[in-house]
Write a protein that binds this ligand. Sequence first.
Ligand SMILES: Cc1ncc(C[n+]2csc(CCOP(=O)(O)OP(=O)(O)O)c2C)c(N)n1
Ligand SMILES: [Mg+2]
Length: 615
Amino acid sequence: MNNNTSVKISDEIALFLKEKGIRHVFGIVGAGNAHIFDSIGKLGYTEIISVHHEQAAVMSAAVYYRTCNKVSAAIVTTGGGSSNAVTGVVSAWMDSLPVLIISGNEKSVHTTEQNTLRVWGVQGYDSVAMVNKVTKYSSRVLDAKNATYEIEKAYDICSSDRPGPCWIDVPMDIQATKIEANKIRHFEKEVDNPRPASVISAENLAGSIQKTFEMIENAQRPLLWLGHGIRLSGATDKLEALLESTQIPALLTWQAMDMLPSDHELVFGRAGVYGQRHSNFIVQNCDLLICIGTRMAYPQIGYNVNELAREAKIITLDIDEQELNKFSDRIDLPICANAKDYVGQLIEVASKTKLPSFKPWLDICNKYKDKYPVIGKEHDDTQEFINSYRFIDKLSEDLEGGWNIVTDMGTALLSGHQALNLKDKQRLITSTGLGEMGFGLPAAIGASFASDKGKVLCLNCDGGIMMNLQELQTLDHHQLPIKIIIFNNDGYLMIKHTQNNLFDKRYVCTNRSTGVSCPDFSKVAEAFNLEYYSIKTWEDYNNNLSTFLESDKAAICDVYMEPEQKFYPKVDTYIDKNGNMVSPPLEDMSPLISRQQLKEDMVIKVHESCMGADE
Ligand SMILES: Cc1ncc(C[n+]2csc(CCOP(=O)(O)OP(=O)(O)O)c2C)c(N)n1
Ligand SMILES: [Mg+2]
């Protein structure tokens, strides 16, 4: 192109998307972003998936990245278009997912710092200020020559180091501006987005690696805790080698459960408040905990970090220094570096070093695993209903590899994460930070486009699906063969449990008789032109499940469950026989096991607060 040719800013944005190979973006058109939509449409490279709510656009774009590793964008308009996007932005921020958000706004005469009015122009406001605290970078283009620079910068920042959303606001007159091509400013990585000084480079990691091995050599019961940061750094495919070369058992965090097959002989499940009992025993009894690429979220480690693996030393690797500072008193060796560099060097050194044998410890881990299977008596079906954990257990037996499974919250999240056994090449994706109901459907849409309309299973709930129900139309419009399971339990089961615990079973707005109800989903399916199935008994399961999964159309399957079913096992407070309220450590999950059994199972000393439980 001749450098003096004049180019339109919105065309440059469309061209940028093409240059980055971005085939799909998600958004909704309005007057505030109409130029950008026009340019993308005219160029004909990127397809805009027109969802029906902007929060869904951001969620879909974030899961698009999780599924295929390509950054996507949400393109939203001024006013309500921008404010609607916020939930998706916060979710991506908390879960470290790169998304580029390009918003339109009123004309630039209104969108200045000096404008202190509540309403900018017709319906605008300062969207950049609004998202400043929940994005890695947010900026408004007030000078057309900076538009390309800002978009390039946001794109780079969103996926570098610890990823997260970046938001660029482009007022409508700026989108329409034409400038000479040689006036366009470009972004330079080294100057505009250098690596934070706190991050140890690969060349300088040797000291941390050496200390890690010293600690491993002094340990008898080491344990790896592998998190999503490993996938974000591009090191998932190194994990088999890491386990092979160290022979150290591993736990996976909820965001990272799909990085290794669940039946790998060195993988011992998922610990946490809603964890697996055997995994909680393992983490609590280890004497060296090596956390890689996990922010050590409260639901994962319990609410008191001092009670986590209380006789162990802890090593934590994170690329974000602030996460390391969070529990600095408890962490013996904090390492601020890229997980891929660290894992790569661990493998290299481990393959050349004769590490002690951890066989006795592995025997203990296997003993826990055999003794406390994920599905227990507490998950028995009732007369009328299938238990959701049993349902998930059977489902994962029947699901082949290759499925992308996404979940909403409630039963879908808990039974899904506690009971799904993942096979090789199965993915499990959810929102763990924000935990927003409504995530499931947009997530399924993002996964579907990212996998070229591949196999996507959406575990949803009667309450959660209502929060982005409108997106069923996106499924029909694009003929996405997404399979949606709805755990149907007369409202908000998780919160019924909260009300049971806190307010002596006084339900308010948690089921049909106390103020909230969900529709007949067979009629919803019909309205949105989807197939419909329902499962109440194992006979229904046998009759319907495979047809539901195998048809090439989008489908809903209601799974009716006990409206009061418990989510077990769970680390829960209890009153002991002396009347004391106990906030137990991770290993003491409800339903409680006998104190004798607890004593027998612990390698380290039983926590004194646990001994007074009623048996
Ligand atoms: C956007 C949003 N609003 C409110 C909540 C609080 N909340 C957490 S779980 C829950 C009930 C979930 O009900 P449902 O999706 O049907 O799942 P269930 O627990 O019944 O299986 C609510 C209201 C939330 N997590 N997200
Ligand atoms: Mg429900």
